[in-house]
Design a protein around this ligand. Structure first.
Ligand SMILES: Nc1ncnc2c1ncn2[C@@H]1O[C@H](COP(=O)(O)OP(=O)(O)OP(=O)(O)O)[C@@H](O)[C@H]1O
Ligand SMILES: [Mg+2]
Length: 521
């Protein structure tokens, strides 16, 4: 295995900007082992250095320590050779180190500019709101990250909010920028745009730390890659001297196969049926049309589209979260229009939501409680309104085991301390264990590592074989095309077309996603 010292001649790209030696981090009382164990890592001027590793490997923790959000347990951190000890992100920023977080951390009721102002120190604050807006506009133009500084954050799509998070950090003109899965909510072309920005910044002499699970991105943007496994480095190498298989093997100890068995499943019964349904919020769109979407039992329907084109509203309507403005929603031959979310759950509608930390779990609740969040009133988890801890424990244990989630203790661990991918595993477990007849899955593999993505795909195919219907909402065409029996494309609140998943033409899908009306041959 390669280590730093035998990684071959190091490109002379520039000076070391940020350097960690022998970095360790423990959470005593929570984890018995160290979360980071004697780690060496550095970022140089002019490079993009990627951190790769399975869910829970410690990527976010490193970034949090290097930017001042977490304190290290042991080791040395230097900025341009000078020993530093950050006690807060503000101190990190003062040294030119800034981080874009894995989860969105914006204030929804504030505008873009107000959100950016919130974190400013007095000298920058003195710009005033108009000055801040002007400066954002300049950054928007310089880096091509389209956002209106005056827009209210709650009106923006998730992808747009992610751009705001990036702008918020660029505002400080950092020398080292740490980006923790910054593309999870971006479309591939938005991600490519971001890479142009990152390259431009690196060419300006800045150092970039990039975290992603997506190999396409790792190869598109990195100069060097460091692989982490349970807090230990598996070596650093030049991207040009490695390949996807080798990195996957270093990450997981094995390669992850592409091919998946997909037996034909034929059911006639409709699982989800919307009739001329206009989701609430879309009725005001100029060309809004009723959506008639029919998904049979045992069918996976992919819903492709750039986020912000009505997918969220459609999901709210078919899970009962918000009643539709007009039209009907049927689940398994029952008219559910206007019913409550609880009634949808009882009818067998599972929901894997986007924004998992806000909607998917209750962060302050323990793992066991989160796993039965939707079932705790039912047998076997309660009897005569009394919770049965033993049953809940053994159920939660099964889910943790089946989904390989890293959880120190079912009743002691609050979900907020789990890594992003591990939270997603628990949500997948909670929503699918009853083999629900209808699964509404929004970006179900967001934040998962390659092996967990593979497991999730297999799980969906197994549920499909048993008769579950899945509405798979994703911007990731690879995922949609790998799993879907049929693919619908949504644009500005309308379904632009529906095609068979087998042999679907990526160009036609892309065309519809951009609002084109070309017909599939
Ligand atoms: N505040 C905390 N208290 C206790 N444990 C924590 C805390 N923050 C992180 N951890 C643990 O540290 C480990 C590494 O987490 P980290 O978030 O760095 O993983 P990651 O590599 O970013 O994974 P993912 O790909 O899922 O985002 C996890 O097991 C996590 O539960
Ligand atoms: Mg992480």
């Amino acid at each position: 295995m390669k280590t730093r010292s035998d990684s071959g001649p190091v490109l002379d790209k520039g000076d070391v900007l940020l350097e960690a030696r022998g970095l360790s981090k423990g959470f005593p009382g929570v984890w018995e082992h160290l979360i980071l164990d004697q780690l060496d890592f550095d970022v140089r001027s002019g490079e993009v250095h990627t951190l790769l590793g399975e869910n829970g490997a410690g990527k976010t923790v490193i970034a949090n320590i290097l930017s001042g959000y977490y304190e290290k347990t042991e080791g040395e951190i230097r900025v341009k050779g000078k020993l530093v000890h950050f006690r807060s992100p503000r101190e990190g920023l003062a040294h030119g180190i800034a981080m874009v977080h894995q989860e969105l951390m914006l204030v929804p009721a504030f505008t873009v500019a107000e959100n950016i102002m919130v974190g400013l120190d007095a000298p920058l604050f003195s710009y005033g709101i108009a000055g801040v807006e002007k400066r954002i506009q300049r950054l928007v133009e310089r880096y091509g990250l389209q956002v209106d500084p005056k827009a209210r954050v709650e009106d923006l799509s998730a992808g747009q909010q992610q751009r705001v998070e990036i702008l918020k950090v660029l505002f400080h003109e950092p020398e080292v920028l740490l980006l923790d899965e910054p593309t999870s909510l971006l479309t591939p072309s938005e991600a490519d745009q971001l890479f142009v920005v990152l390259r431009a910044m690196a060419d300006d002499g800045k150092g970039i730390v990039f975290i992603s699970h997506k190999m396409r991105e790792v190869f598109a943007v990195s100069d060097r890659v460091t692989v982490l496994k349970l807090g230990k480095t598996q070596g650093t190498c030049q991207i040009a001297e490695t390949n996807e298989d080798e990195l996957t093997r270093r990450t997981f100890g094995e390669t992850v196969p592409d091919y998946m068995e997909r037996p034909e499943v034929a059911h006639e019964e409709l699982a989800l049926n919307t009739i001329e349904m206009v989701p609430s919020g879309l009725e005001k769109k100029p060309n809004s049309q009723g959506i008639s979407l029919k998904i049979r039992c045992g069918e996976i329907m992919g819903l492709a589209g750039v986020s912000g084109n009505g997918q969220t509203e459609l999901i709210e309507a078919v899970t009962g979260l918000v009643p539709p403005a007009s039209g009907e929603v049927w689940i398994l031959n029952a008219d559910m229009t206007g019913r409550t979310p609880k009634e949808f759950i009882e009818r067998g509608v599972a929901h894997i939501p986007e924004r998992r930390r806000e909607i998917g779990i209750v962060e302050q609740m323990h793992v066991a409680e989160n796993v039965v969040l939707k079932d705790y009133r039912k047998t076997p988890f309660s009897k005569n309104t009394v919770l049965r801890h033993q049953q809940i424990s053994s159920h939660a244990e099964k889910i943790v085991e089946k989904f390989n989630a890293l959880v120190p203790d079912l009743w002691q661990t609050e979900c907020r301390i789990l890594s992003g991918g591990n939270i997603q595993r628990l949500i997948l477990g909670r929503e699918t264990w009853r083999k629900p007849p209808v699964i509404i899955a929004s970006h179900p593999t967001e934040g998962l590592d390659a092996k967990a993505i593979r497991h999730t795909w297999e799980l969906f195919l197994a549920l499909r074989a048993e008769g579950s219907a899945v509405l798979l909402v994703s911007e990731d065409l690879d995922e949609i095309m790998s799993l879907s029996d049929r693919i619908a494309v949504m644009f500005e609140g309308k379904i632009m077309g529906i095609v068979d998943g087998k042999g679907a033409d990526r160009e036609i899908l892309g065309h519809w996603m951009a609002g084109g009306t070309a017909s599939a041959a």
